[in-house]
Design a protein around this ligand. Structure first.
Ligand code: AHG
Ligand code: MN
Ligand code: MN
Length: 330
């Protein structure tokens, strides 16, 4: 009986093919996967260990931090401690970028949302961790500006989804691959090889409670997908978990679209470009899906600040294109 493919074996095989990566990808993904394993355990045990609820502070984007937000950030940072390849981290839970290594090998930067969907922590609903890895454009003392790169520059991106099982999904430019955590063995094992996002889907994910605040094009899009039209599979079904990672995972496997538009209170939407939207857009595009601000490719947006927000529509190519068309028509 085949014993299966571990994440590290898969990454090594990818590096044989890439040649340029020379073990670096493995050295960067290994701590991320380790953080995912520790986080899966912490999330599982949080209610018993008194780790649910608020921590008491606000993060840089004004969200009240949950205890698990703070713990998750520490777990990710600890996992990369001693990784000489990583020069610095930008995280949702850090107000400024933090220097990790000053080694001359420190050629990479990590952008992370250590705990996505943290309003779900206390109600046993899905959570995620998002990561994106960029290359430094120059060496020497790290400056925050080095993180301000388009999503199209990401060399590796992915997420961990803590759902009914824990799944790590990554891309390093040759497809998107998913690994399920085998808790008995303590390894992420290949379970979803070469994920291909269906061209179109009949599920949409959005906080429709906010639809009165949306611009006319987005409201008309919602009217369209909820309209009855049997031949085109409408009305579409609404699925919204409160964790972008979980909603995107469904889109990648079953097709559909997740969108979080701008509104008068959030002129750039709610979600953050560098460590939420860009890494997931990279995964979606690598899987044959699409990601848009509603007005153009999300991966082309040049960030001006680490915690910059962006509107987003992400998922199946046809669904995202239709969303863009409605936005353009207004
Ligand atoms: P985070 O927990 O990292 O702040 O992210 C939550 C995000 C996203 O995962 C989710 O889809 C969205 O915010 C939910 O926002 P609403 O509660 O406004 O729907
Ligand atoms: Mn998030
Ligand atoms: Mn978060």
């Amino acid at each position: 009986m085949a014993t299966g493919t571990t994440l590290s074996r898969h990454v090594s095989a990818e590096e044989d093919w890439r040649k340029d990566a020379a073990g670096e990808l493995a050295s960067l993904l290994e701590p991320m996967a380790f953080a995912g394993k520790i986080l899966a355990r912490e999330i599982d045990q949080a209610a018993l260990a008194g780790k649910l609820g608020l921590a008491g502070d606000q993060n840089a984007t004004g969200d009240m931090q949950k205890k698990l937000d703070v713990i998750s950030n520490e777990i990710v940072m600890d996992a990369f401690e001693g990784c000489s390849l990583l020069a610095g981290i930008a995280s949702e839970e850090l107000s400024e970028a933090v220097v990790m290594s000053t080694s001359e090998d420190a050629r990479y930067l990590l952008c992370t949302d250590p705990l996505d969907g943290s309003s779900n922590t206390d109600v046993n609903a899905p959570l995620g961790t998002i990561f994106g890895i960029l290359q430094r454009s120059r060496m020497g003392e790290l400056s925050a500006e080095e993180f301000l790169q388009k999503g199209s520059e990401l060399v590796c991106a992915g997420y961990v989804l803590y759902g009914t099982s824990t799944v790590l999904v990554y891309t390093a430019g040759s497809g998107v691959h998913g690994f399920t955590l085998d808790r008995g063995v303590g390894e992420f094992m290949l379970s979803h090889e070469d994920i291909r996002c269906p061209h179109k889907g009949t599920v949409y994910s959005a906080n429709v409670g906010r639809h009165n605040d949306w611009e006319p094009g987005v409201r008309k899009y919602l009217d369209h997908v909820t309209e009855k039209d049997k031949p085109s599979g409408r009305p579409h079904s609404l699925r919204y978990t409160g964790a972008l990672v979980a909603d995107l995972h469904r889109c990648l496997l079953d097709g559909g679209v997740y969108f979080y538009p701008a509104d008068p209170g959030n002129r750039n939407g709610k979600l953050r470009l560098l460590y939420e939207c860009a890494p997931l857009a990279c995964v979606a595009e690598q899987a044959g899906g699409a990601a848009s601000t509603g007005r153009g490719p999300l991966l082309d947006v040049m960030p001006e600040a680490i915690h910059q927000r962006t509107p987003i529509a992400i998922g199946s190519v046809e669904n995202v294109a239709l969303y863009e068309r409605f936005m353009a028509e207004g």
